[in-house]
Design a protein around this ligand. Structure first.
Ligand code: ATP
Length: 306
């Protein structure tokens, strides 16, 4: 079977003096994914992205790009990557268009039409004659994306492109990334320190913390883990769980260390739990509908790792 992994990092290590920025990190990004790399400041996100773009080298471990592992092959493969890592040095007194043209020539990207195409892609064609310092913050971010898009990349590597944007700006960038992914089939690796920012677009997540990858999980699996559940406390736990199984045919439940019973079976409602207890003279001391929020899930992973 064809390997669909565009990026495969195996046991990547990066050390800066006494700081281990990446510690045996395994990351896989498959073709067509929007991979959300989530982590607090200093987690190692930028370091990983820079290894992808060749701006820095790993001290140990291996990264393959588009299936290539050799350094010269990887350098060629990097032409298929568009990146926005840290602020690109745009010239404030040059227009949006002039800035892109400057970088197009500097990077040896053929075709003058690349510039208007990239501007159009990010919705900045009308602003092309505006000087960079007259663009709004959101427009500046989009210009950075246009720069990354020149050369028709297959993989976009974006370091916190949503950081600092207002809610409308966040939605704009999100929609743009979704469109690039769905219509142009561009694979995207995007980092953020706020999980919720990536919630509506990521198809897979990698949670980094102090240089370690705590978990890599598909959006679908994460959603399943974050579903709602019922939490019940009863006077006779053993009898109640036996009744849950025999009378309500519930298999998907778990008993927590504090004695609470979490019922994950979505066909069972709070009324069913109450009725079951009443019919068998078991007292319910608490009954609540709960939901694991995405952000809480991540916070819990971090707490467990500390
Ligand atoms: P942020 O969101 O703050 O950018 P990050 O998750 O992108 O965080 P990195 O920038 O990869 O994290 O940094 C990981 C660790 O490595 C941090 O402790 C940082 O201080 C350190 N580090 C990064 N680059 C260098 C460098 N060039 N020299 C020394 N230390 C560095």
């Amino acid at each position: 079977m064809k390997d669909t992994r565009i990026v495969k990092g195996v046991k990547l290590v990066k050390q800066y003096g006494a700081t281990r920025a990446l510690n045996a990190v395994d990351i896989d990004v498959k073709a067509g994914e929007i991979y959300g790399l989530v982590g607090n400041n200093g987690a190692g996100k930028t370091t990983f992205l820079k290894i992808l773009t060749g701006q820095t080298m790993a001290d140990a471990g291996e990264v393959s790009l588009f299936g290539y592992t050799g350094e010269s092959e990887k350098n060629r493969a990097r032409k298929r990557i568009g990146a926005l890592i840290e602020s690109p040095g745009f010239y404030h007194k040059m227009t949006a268009e002039q800035n892109l043209e400057y970088y197009r020539i500097q990077r040896g990207i053929p075709g003058k039409d690349m510039v208007p195409r990239a501007l159009e892609e990010v919705g900045l064609l009308e602003q092309r004659k505006k000087k960079f310092d007259k663009l709004s913050f959101g427009m500046k971010q989009r210009l950075g994306l246009a720069l990354a898009l020149m050369g028709d990349p297959e993989l976009l590597v974006l370091d916190e492109p949503i950081n600092g944007l207002d809610p409308a700006g966040i939605i704009e960038i999100r929609n743009l990334l979704l469109r690039l992914n769905q219509e142009k089939n561009i694979t995207i690796v995007i980092s953020s320190h706020v999980l919720a920012e990536l919630e509506h677009i990521a198809t897979c997540y990698g949670f980094l913390h102090h240089g370690r990858l705590l978990e890599q999980i598909s959006a679908e699996d994460l959603k399943a883990k974050c579903r709602s559940y019922l939490e019940v406390q009863v006077s006779d736990r053993e009898r109640y769980t036996a009744l849950l199984e025999s009378k309500l045919h519930c298999r998907d439940y778990r008993v927590m260390p504090d004695g609470a019973i979490q019922i994950l079976d979505e066909s069972i409602f709070a009324e069913d739990c109450g009725r079951l207890a009443a019919q068998h003279e078991i007292a319910i001391t608490s009954l609540a509908e709960k939901k694991i929020e995405l952000e809480n899930y991540y916070m819990r992973l971090v707490e467990e790792a500390n």
